[in-house]
Design a protein around this ligand. Structure first.
Ligand SMILES: [Fe+2]
Length: 159
């Protein structure tokens, strides 16, 4: 067999991270009572699981199997997302809505995924799709948060 590709660990880390993401978003999707927010959360949960499977599939095509790691630091967030806490608090657990005007020109850490120049075209294609979908997920979450704020404002008693 040829040399082990340098990016096997990265594929394994993404597959694990996306599996954790699925657990978090499906917990939130199941616990929210907001019928307008729920479809976005469900779409993201499905996306996260599909990413996890796609990266695990690629690992297996390259002759490796997933080494599942458990991220204990997510336990507290998972508990919050399953709870009856407000959706606003749940957005905050992902860092959404904490600062009002975050600069949009931050360094895009997702691009680092493609920094390894030895990545084969098939894996590169998967990574490109993954990066684009993760960015879209960020946009969808920000949009859902803005809509939630507007709904909450309308429901708030006049002062
Ligand atoms: Fe993700």
């Amino acid at each position: 067999m040829s040399k082990k590709p340098s990016y096997i660990g990265l594929l394994n880390a993404i597959a694990n991270g996306e599996r954790d993401g699925y657990e978090l978003f499906s917990a939130w999707s199941n616990s929210t009572s907001d019928k307008l927010l729920q479809p976005t959360l469900n779409m993201i949960a499905v996306r996260e699981m599909e990413h996890s499977w796609a990266f695990e599939k690629r690992l297996s095509e390259l002759g490796f199997s997933l080494r599942r790691t458990v991220n204990k630091s997510l336990k507290k967030q998972a508990r919050l997302l399953k709870s009856k806490a407000s959706d606003e608090d749940k957005f905050a657990s992902f860092g959404i809505g904490l600062t009002s005007d975050k600069p949009q020109n931050e360094v895009d850490s997702l691009l680092q995924i493609l920094a390894d120049k030895s990545i084969d075209p098939q894996t590169g294609e998967l990574m490109g799709r993954f990066i684009s979908e993760e960015r879209d997920t960020g946009r969808q979450l920000a949009k859902a948060f803005r809509a939630l704020k507007v709904r909450n404002k309308k429901c708030a008693p006049e002062s």
